[in-house]
Design a protein around this ligand. Structure first.
Ligand code: NAP
Ligand code: ZN
Length: 317
């Protein structure tokens, strides 16, 4: 029914990472209703409201698969631009139907609309997972920073507020400040190109999530962390981060990464969204407008996620 347009789709369409196997059918923020089930599938039935994210397959035998961290299996196959067990290339959610292994399908809570829930399958879980991993679900009152107010960033702000934290947005777009504060309820907003604001923010944050899709230096951002603070990089620019040693050393700071999330955690994230009524701020586009939407995404002109109305169903849900 719906598929979000993640910046990863744009990276693939443009072959930013040099790994695209054309023709590519992107899309890993997929929601829909089940129309067929295999004979061995017991946990889903026709008509169920479900979602599929980034994972198509994993080995099911390694320590990561066994602990439902399938996202870290070294034989992981992704929903698109992956090579499936039978040698075929996987095609993603910019399509009218999708065949998925039931192990990589999650339920969408009844209270969430299918269109605004779609981006949770990648943007949502990608920011939820490091927040959980760094103890933010159960210990409110931390000061967290979200770098880049895009698809991932805006959901991160919503999670941060729902879990009781003080949330600072660090952005290159002064035009996003008002709605960040008013609509997303961010507590603070730093324009990263404003050296005064960056100076005033030094050593104020416990944890930073960097969601930026473009090449940039981590140095000035690291300065915003308290001593012993952690920066989790989830954005995936096509060139290495600039990582100067002084802000690392002088603040005993940590930089680490995080890759989407496991299946158990993805369902947990969905259920949390159902509980707190967290959905994405979306602009729905028809399939023939996909190229236009990708161009606008490249220009940072989206608030905050395009979602393709694959089946032309928006009025019927
Ligand atoms: P997005 O919606 O385009 O958001 C990225 C944000 O980065 C923009 O809104 C913008 O925020 C900021 N930005 C853009 N150009 C910039 C520049 N030149 N310098 C500094 N900031 C800039 O993208 P997204 O869908 O959230 O994805 C973000 C990144 O995460 C992509 O690289 C994507 O591939 C990656 N990703 C990783 C995972 C994972 O598992 N780790 C999962 C999904 C996506 P401001 O206007 O606020 O500056
Ligand atoms: Zn994605």
């Amino acid at each position: 029914m719906y598929c979000g347009i993640c910046h990863t789709d744009l990276h693939h369409v443009r072959n930013d990472w040099g790994i695209t196997m054309y023709p590519v059918v992107p899309g890993h923020e997929i929601t829909g209703v089940i129309t067929k089930v295999g004979s061995n599938v017991k946990n889903f039935k026709l008509g169920d409201r479900v979602g599929v994210g980034c994972l198509a397959a994993s080995c099911l035998e390694c320590e990561f698969c066994k602990s439902s961290q399938e996202n870290y299996c070294d034989q992981i196959q992704l929903t698109y631009n992956g090579i499936f067990w039978d040698g075929s290339i996987t095609y993603g959610g910019y399509s009218e139907m999708l065949v998925a292994d039931h192990r990589y399908v999650v339920r969408i809570p009844e209270t969430l609309p299918m269109d605004a829930a779609a981006p949770l399958l990648c943007a949502g879980i990608t920011v939820f997972s490091p927040m959980k991993d760094n103890g933010l679900l159960k210990s409110p009152g931390k000061r967290i920073g979200i770098v880049g107010l895009g698809g991932l960033g805006h959901v991160a702000v919503k999670f941060g507020k729902a879990f009781g934290h003080h949330v600072t947005v660090i952005s290159t777009s002064p035009s996003k400040e008002r709605e960040a504060r008013e609509r997303l309820d961010a507590d603070d907003f730093i324009v990263s190109t404003n050296s005064k604001q960056m100076q005033a923010g030094k050593r104020t944050l416990d944890l930073i999530l960097d969601t930026v899709s473009a090449n940039h230096s981590l140095g000035p951002i690291l300065e915003l962390l308290k001593v012993n603070g952690t920066l989790v990089a989830v954005g995936a620019p096509d060139r290495p981060f600039e990582l100067p040693s002084f802000p690392l050393i002088f603040g005993k700071r940590t930089v680490k990464g995080s890759m989407t999330g496991g299946m158990r955690e993805t369902q947990e994230m969905m259920d949390v969204c159902g509980k707190y009524n967290i959905t994405c701020d979306i602009e729905v586009v028809e399939p023939h407008k996909i190229n236009e939407a990708l161009d606008r995404l490249a220009r940072n002109d989206v608030r905050y996620r395009f979602v393709i109305d694959i089946a032309g169903n928006s009025s019927r849900i």
